[in-house]
Design a protein around this ligand. Structure first.
Ligand SMILES: C[S@@+](CC[C@H](N)C(=O)[O-])C[C@H]1O[C@@H](n2cnc3c(N)ncnc32)[C@H](O)[C@@H]1O
Length: 318
């Protein structure tokens, strides 16, 4: 769920749009994102309003989940500063401020003036001084990044919007600015995963330690016709539901991601790659492990292991 002050600030910004206009623009925005092959979607001011109503809740939920995965692996993780690349309305900053209570310095890089303006208007409604005092820098992530380094650097749903030939360079520049953690999130599509897979290889070669989702730093074992992705379920508010003209009270946002650390991190034995199939007395799992991809059936006879496995879900570790 979005912080109430962010929801209220979005409702205020979008107050001039009728429900019908918003829903029509959301539909147009979705088809822009679906149709975009390798080019960047061209968003008008009304598309940006639609993004706030319909996309931001989903990317916020995913970023929150990704930060939670990092915190599960690194106990006592303290983040005081962050750099958000391709910030849009500042979604990642809002999520990070909820999850990292020590956050005090935020720098956001975004090249579109329209987003910077909206981001600032939302920020000033926040109760968090880190958000209110955030520094917005209008510029391209493919250009010079801020020279200082940050505890947490994030590139959320942006790598796929920059030219193919710039992607690795931007990820390595982001890594150079990282004191502790770098998170890269992409849509949970074959293309989004292909970006994650190739940047993972580059970053591991640059001595970054993988934190999640992979339980190892070996070459990614995912088969070429498949893609590693996860799904985050988020509740839809009534505004979100009507903007999407959706009946359901929730939606599932698919994403691919990788988190890297400056310090080595203890990795789990396995990550669950699909919804487990749970039957009476046994459960079947598709796993990524240090020995590659594996199918495992865990039965009631395995006692404690079965009791734990029964509760495990797609995206979690075992
Ligand atoms: C899909 S939005 C994601 C926004 C936000 N990170 C989130 O997760 O909700 C992608 C953002 O990246 C920005 N962007 C794309 N290419 C960029 C570039 N070369 N430099 C800076 N920002 C860029 C877009 O303007 C847009 O705001």
């Amino acid at each position: 769920m979005l912080p109430p002050e962010l929801s209220a600030a979005i409702a205020e910004l979008n107050a001039d749009m009728s429900g019908g206009d918003l829903a029509r623009t959301v539909a147009e925005l979705s088809s822009q994102y679906r149709a975009k092959a390798r080019s960047r979607p061209q968003l008008t001011a009304t598309h940006r309003a639609a993004y706030l109503a319909a996309r931001l809740p989903a990317t916020y939920a995913v970023i929150t989940r990704v930060i939670r995965e990092a915190k599960l692996r690194i106990s006592g993780l303290c983040v005081e500063s962050m750099l958000d690349l391709g910030a849009g309305p500042g979604t990642a900053m809002w999520a990070a401020a909820e999850k990292f209570p020590d956050l005090s310095r935020v720098v956001l890089v975004e090249d579109l003036a329209g987003w910077v303006e909206i981001g600032k208007r939302l920020s000033c409604k926040s109760g968090s001084s880190a958000i209110r005092n955030a520094e917005w820098r209008q510029g391209s992530v493919t250009g010079e990044l801020p020279p200082e380094s940050f505890d947490f650097v994030i590139a959320s749903y942006v790598i796929n919007e920059i030219q193919m030939q710039d992607r690795a360079r931007v990820a390595l520049a982001a890594w150079q600015r990282t004191n502790k953690l770098l998170a890269i999130i992409e849509p949970g599509t074959p293309e989004g995963f292909a970006n994650i897979r190739s940047l993972r290889r580059e970053l591991i070669a640059a001595r970054a330690y993988i934190v999640a989702p992979c339980p190892h730093a070996n070459e990614c074992p995912m088969e070429t016709q498949d893609w590693c992705h996860f799904s985050e379920r988020l509740e839809r508010t009534s505004e979100h539901r009507s903007a999407k003209r959706g009946e359901l009270g929730y939606e599932d946002e698919k994403y691919s991601y990788a988190i890297f650390s400056r310090e080595p991190v203890a990795l789990p034995a396995a990550r669950i790659l699909r919804h487990p199939r749970k039957h009476a007395g046994h459960a079947e799992f598709e796993l990524c492990t240090t020995e590659g991809l594996k199918r495992e059936t865990i039965s009631r006879k395995q006692g404690e292991r079965y009791r734990t496995a029964k509760k495990a879900e797609w995206g979690e570790t075992m």
